[in-house]
Design a protein around this ligand. Structure first.
Ligand code: GLN
Length: 531
């Protein structure tokens, strides 16, 4: 096995696999709200109103990320990362196929969405964990690897987010797609692309050595293979093995039980997604439940390992705040973009401000993630790379600066007193916020893989994404508060209400960053040798 080179070839395999999965996911996510308001035929006969659609959207997003915890847990305990990823991918394909066939009736729609939700839960955390397994514990290429992987995420997000809605709305490939089938094709495309993702992974897994195999294996030779692999930490006697080397044979049926359980969960998810108040209950329960579970796991691990888990928890808790602010982009910022921005960038380019709101972040990530990755490697060479806690703190400082720029849009009206602010300044805000994301999100994936003991890799990655679920959930509440300004307010009044809100978020982000940097010595102590 060779995981060598600045970016190992296995990383590229995982990169493309995740890129296509994100195409499918963001493609679906991008059409969700619009589709529910304009085309979905409810059991009552009509379409959904905007408020309900927003709540439903928030609920779906929260469930998606909440199920990553369950996907990670089953991967650790029973399926292994590879099988989990496959199972998730297949569920996502089935979800898209249901929607491609006939998405319009309410029941079909929510059935398809539920498959996608739970499929993502099995896929998303586990591919990230496998990226982490490509590196030894103290490998300085790890953060850079995750930065590159993060570009892949955003290429997929950008392409899928653009293509599915454009096809659905009948703006793309119009000469090939009959007008009445545009939505079928849009959902179908997501499924086709997801199939490409799984095929890519099929080839990649051949090069992965023991990474991601199930802890339950019946065949002797799997185990022998693990022991023979050289150059991977698994065989180092002192470190915990990447894959438990003991064969736990005869437990193959556990695997089928997981598949059966997943399918049994589909109607439950359907009900919960459809009734958004259930989402509230679910969110009240799942977080505390995972904490209790983690404490239980800690009792089975050494104090040194537990301290690392506590450090991981600090990162996870701070990331909730980060995502709650960051995810304004899908909520209040899209309303802000629709009503308070002009549509010209750099004096010449005419662009739809909502399109800019959806795409700017991904474009900046694609351009700058590899650069930021290289900066970390260069700083590491000079031995001045900031540690993870400081990087997280920097993430919040960029976030604060970005929200300050959003606040400042009020000083850049295209015509004084019009309430229409400059799109250029808005784009600048996204530019700054993206650097915050790059200091926190890929680094967060990376640090989860460093701080978690081998047997909890999947669970901890799931918890990292669970923070995103809470972030999305809180983002909706914050966004609703920000958008509260009266419907009949004038545009300048609306501009003032939004930007006042962004000013407050800037202050809170600043405080979070300062607090994190202030407690960094403490967190570093918990992290011990991990940087
Ligand atoms: N945009 C990133 C992704 O899709 C991060 C999402 C998140 O953790 N909230 O993977």
């Amino acid at each position: 096995q060779d995981f060598k080179g600045k970016y190992p070839k296995q990383l590229w395999g995982l990169f493309f696999s995740e890129m296509w999965e994100r195409f499918c996911f963001y493609g679906m996510r991008g059409v969700l709200t619009y589709f529910m308001v304009t085309h979905l035929i409810l059991n009552t006969g009509g379409h959904m109103n905007a408020v309900q659609a927003n709540l439903q959207y928030g609920a779906t997003q929260a469930f998606v990320y909440a199920f990553t915890f369950i996907g990670g847990l089953f991967a650790d305990k029973i399926l292994g990362f590879r099988k989990s990823l496959f199972w998730g991918g297949i569920l996502m394909i089935v979800g898209s196929a249901i929607l491609a066939f006939d998405p319009f009736p309410e029941n079909n729609f929510f059935l398809g969405i539920s498959f996608t939700v739970i499929g993502t839960g099995f896929f998303k955390p586990n591919i990230s964990t496998m990226v982490g397994s490509l590196y030894k514990r103290d490998d300085s290429r790890r953060d850079a690897g995750f930065s590159l992987f993060y570009s892949g995420i955003n290429i997929g997000a950008l392409l899928g987010g653009y293509a599915c809605i454009a096809i659905g709305k009948g703006q793309l490939f119009t000469s090939f797609i009959p007008a009445q089938y545009t939505w079928n094709v849009a959902f179908g495309l997501a499924g086709v692309v997801m199939t490409i993702s799984l095929i890519t992974f099929l080839f990649t897994q051949k090069t992965l050595g023991p990474i991601g195999l199930s802890p339950f294996r019946n065949k002797e030779e799997d185990v022998v293979k693990v022991v023979r692999v050289e150059g991977i930490e698994t065989v180092k006697p002192k470190e915990p093995a990447v894959i438990p080397v003991k064969v736990k044979s005869g437990k193959g049926w556990y695997e089928y039980a997981v598949y059966a359980l997943t399918l049994a969960l589909i109607p439950v998810i359907m009900t919960m997604v459809a009734k958004t108040e259930y989402t509230d209950y679910f969110m009240y329960i799942i977080g505390p439940a995972t904490l209790v579970y983690l404490v239980y796991e800690m009792t089975k691990h050494t104090w040194a390992e537990s301290k690392k888990l506590i450090a991981a928890l600090v990162f996870i808790l701070f990331s909730i705040i980060f995502w709650a602010f960051f995810e304004q982009s899908g909520g209040s910022l899209s309303i802000f973009a629709a009503q308070n921005l002009n549509n010209v960038v750099a004096g010449t380019l005419v662009l739809d401000p909502n399109g800019v709101n959806n795409a700017a972040n991904s474009v900046f990530v694609i351009i700058f993630a590899p650069l930021v990755g290289l900066v970390w490697v260069a700083l590491a060479k000079k031995k001045i790379e900031p540690n993870t806690v400081i990087k997280f703190g920097m993430g919040f400082l960029f976030l604060a600066a970005g929200f300050y720029v959003l606040y400042a849009t009020r000083f850049f009206e295209v015509v004084a007193g019009s309430g229409i602010a400059s799109l250029d300044v808005f784009v600048l805000a996204y530019f700054v916020i993206t650097f915050g994301e790059l200091c926190l999100s890929p680094i967060g994936l990376s640090i989860m893989t460093k701080l978690s003991p081998q047997k909890l890799q999947g669970v901890m990655m799931g918890m990292w994404f669970l923070a995103s679920a809470y972030g999305q959930y809180v983002a909706g509440i914050l966004g609703a508060g920000l958008s509260e300004g009266g419907e009949n307010d004038s545009l300048p009044q609306k501009l003032a209400t939004f930007t006042d809100g962004y000013y407050q978020l800037a202050i809170y982000a600043l405080i979070a960053g300062v607090v994190l940097i202030a407690i960094s010595p403490l967190v570093r102590k918990l992290m011990q040798e991990v940087k």
